[in-house]
Write a protein that binds this ligand. Structure first.
Ligand code: GRF
Length: 186
């Protein structure tokens, strides 16, 4: 099974997923896709010798890109901090085969504009006693696909948005790759 990871940022989740599947008998990371030439995840792809593709607006028609994925025999798509909307053609070509990780307990703190530190600021400013991570399928609407797995972490009253982000990220690093493995082997 070949996974493509789509990411726009530093790629710490991508690194965990690559490490987890490095010696896996059936599953491997075959492609990294980013919309950002400066993304840390591109350096990671080069370091790990994994092919990468920069998906920029207008450069390649949506339909052509879903054909590229199919031609590369990509079986499953993992969004790990990918900030661009997934083109509908890709969603149609990969039904129930695209998952996203969201750094909060959906359905709270999801939707347009709710990414990165915006999420953690909103959680802390609302006085939440807990936050967490959600792995969900991707459909046409932001953060609305069905939920696959959630994990929670307690927040203390003194936690800043940065503290909250650290706590949630460590949950992501622990649970994302095993969840992908389960989805691909069940
Ligand atoms: C993670 O918190 C993920 O939930 C969110 O973006 C962040 C990506 O971090 N969607 P990294 O690039 O994997 O370090």
């Amino acid at each position: 099974m070949k996974i493509a990871i789509f990411a726009s940022g530093g790629g710490s989740n991508a690194q965990k997923i690559i490490n987890y599947f490095r010696h896996h008998p059936k599953i491997g990371v075959a492609l990294i896709v980013s919309n950002n030439t400066n993304a840390g995840v591109i350096d990671l792809a080069q370091k790990e010798d994994i092919p990468f593709y920069i998906l920029q607006d207008g450069e390649l028609e949506e339909e052509e890109f879903s054909e590229v994925l199919v031609a590369l025999n990509i079986d499953f798509i993992v969004l790990a901090g990918f900030l661009k909307k997934i083109p509908n053609d890709i969603i149609k070509a990969y039904p129930n085969k695209i998952v996203n990780i969201h750094p909060a307990l959906l359905p709270k703190y999801g939707g347009k504009g709710m990414y990165g530190m915006n999420v953690h600021k909103a959680v802390v400013e609302s006085g939440e006693k807990e936050s967490g991570m959600t792995i969900h399928y991707v459909n046409e609407n932001y953060d609305e696909g069905s939920i696959i797995e959630q994990h929670k972490v307690e927040l203390s009253f003194s936690d800043t948005p940065e503290d909250c982000a650290k706590k949630v990220l460590s949950l992501e690093h622990k649970f994302f790759a095993p969840c992908i493995e389960r989805l691909l082997t069940e």
